[in-house]
Design a protein around this ligand. Structure first.
Ligand code: PRP
Ligand code: MN
Ligand code: MG
Length: 180
């Protein structure tokens, strides 16, 4: 697996420091509240489990799986819910937890959907942010690391559903995805 990684973008040590900082920021901002951290499957799973342990105050966790692509190659901008929330969120403070914001399409659709459910607030916390690829101007409230426009894998990010378990974020060698 590691022989297919060209270089490291976010090291294990940097991941730990970044997550600790984000946990602290959130803890300060949500004082006296009980936010719901919503993990967007599957990419955000690793970040989510680290983040909630860096958040040392009452909180709830939920999981959602959404796809904005359907059968089309290009994103339709229409969100398809593969797994919905288990609880109503009316009047609740929501923190959407993502591994990366790329075009912003997944997030835009998700925010629109959650707004219809009358949440008290909706904030975005993404471990990575790739602004070079943005098509929709979504506001990311909490960003871990801003990354260049390269093919990244690890710490939740996949290529064909693999590499998510790498304990760092790296660039996949082009020959790996050019072969297929
Ligand atoms: C990836 C990533 C984000 C989304 C970002 O998920 O984890 O959720 O794409 O892309 P966008 O900003 O262009 O919408 P993916 O749909 O690959 O599913 P996965 O998390 O299960 O890998
Ligand atoms: Mn995802
Ligand atoms: Mg993916």
């Amino acid at each position: 697996m590691r022989e297919n990684i060209e270089k490291t973008i976010v090291s294990t040590e940097e991941i730990q420091k970044t997550v600790a900082r984000l946990g602290q920021e959130l803890q300060t901002d949500y004082q006296g509240k009980v936010p719901i951290f919503i993990c967007i499957l599957k990419g955000a799973v690793l970040f989510m489990t680290d983040l909630i342990r860096a958040y040392d105050a009452p909180a709830e966790i939920e999981f959602m799986d959404v796809s904005s692509y359907g059968d089309a190659l290009e994103s339709s901008g229409e969100v398809r819910i593969l797994k919905d929330l288990d609880i109503p969120v009316k009047g609740r403070d929501l923190v959407i937890v993502e591994d990366i914001i790329d075009t912003g399409r997944t997030l835009e659709a998700l925010i629109k959907l959650l707004q219809t459910r009358e949440a008290a607030s909706i904030k975005i916390c993404s471990f990575l942010n790739k602004p070079a690829r943005r098509l929709i101007n979504v506001h990311v409230d909490y960003t871990g690391v801003t990354v260049p426009d390269e093919f990244l894998v690890g710490y939740g990010l996949d290529y064909k559903n693999q590499y998510r378990n790498l304990p760092f974020v790296g660039v996949l060698k082009p020959e790996v995805y050019e072969q297929n």
